[in-house]
Design a protein around this ligand. Structure first.
Ligand code: 6GU
Length: 226
């Protein structure tokens, strides 16, 4: 799968994709990340990407023309498996099921909004969808894009090894958080690992984990239980 990022901060992404699972998947050729500098699609001496907002108000908006031209040149003859997503706090929320849907795409282009927003014609007539990663305001879509790529990349075939499989995890189990886990030592500063996990009764361990996952969900995320 190929991810594209459209941003005015191309250097921002050297860090997030150079470590761990995503870096390994890139090295193995299982995914590609192409970073596009939006200013390459400006035509003025100052490489202007923003302008004042009609109707007044503080702050600048991202102009439509460089964004339209960039997307049209990255995806000439765009197909339905080339998804274009506008990252904005006004979008519907990103969830694990969004990540599963994106993992089916051939190419995913994430437009990183900046300044006070993006001319609405990008959402209306260019992007397939808008997307927010949560109910808080970031200064730009770049961090959100890194999160979307990370969550999607680890669902691609062959990206996670068998021992790091995604199926047991929080949110993959419909409506439940992951169960709590412990490693050695069996006792640390007087706190012991639950007895049942130290034995080899796998049926009992499975039941214990299911109950522990439920208890954790009740305590931390009762909203998931509806
Ligand atoms: Cl995608 N962008 C910005 N600027 N803020 C956000 C967001 C995105 N998602 C949550 N907050």
């Amino acid at each position: 799968m190929r991810f594209h990022l459209l941003t005015i901060f191309p250097d921002f992404f050297t860090g997030p994709f150079s470590h761990g699972v995503v870096a390994r998947a890139r090295d193995a050729g299982k995914l590609e990340v192409s970073i596009h500098d939006l200013r390459n699609w400006t035509h003025d001496r100052h490489r202007t990407v923003d302008d004042r907002c009609f109707g007044g108000g503080a702050g600048m908006l991202m102009k439509p023309a460089p964004i339209f031209e960039a997307v049209e040149s990255i995806f000439p003859g765009r197909t339905p498996r080339q998804r274009v997503v506008l990252l904005t706090p006004q979008g519907p929320l990103f969830t694990q099921s969004t990540a599963r849907r994106y993992a089916e795409a051939e190419e995913l282009l994430l437009i990183c909004g900046r300044y006070e927003g993006v001319d609405e014609r990008v959402a209306e007539h260019l992007a397939d969808e808008e997307l927010s990663i949560g109910d808080y305001v970031l200064s730009g879509g770049e961090l959100a894009a890194a999160i979307v790529i990370d969550a999607t990349a680890r669902l691609l075939p062959g990206v996670l090894g068998n021992d790091e499989s995604a199926v047991d995890e929080s949110f993959e189990q419909a409506g439940l958080l992951d169960y709590p886990q412990w490693t050695r030592p069996a006792e640390f500063r007087g706190w012991a690992v639950p007895e049942v996990l130290q034995g080899g009764n796998h049926a009992e361990i499975r039941r214990w984990r299911a109950e522990a996952a439920r208890a954790k969900t009740v305590r931390n995320r009762p909203d998931l239980l509806k």
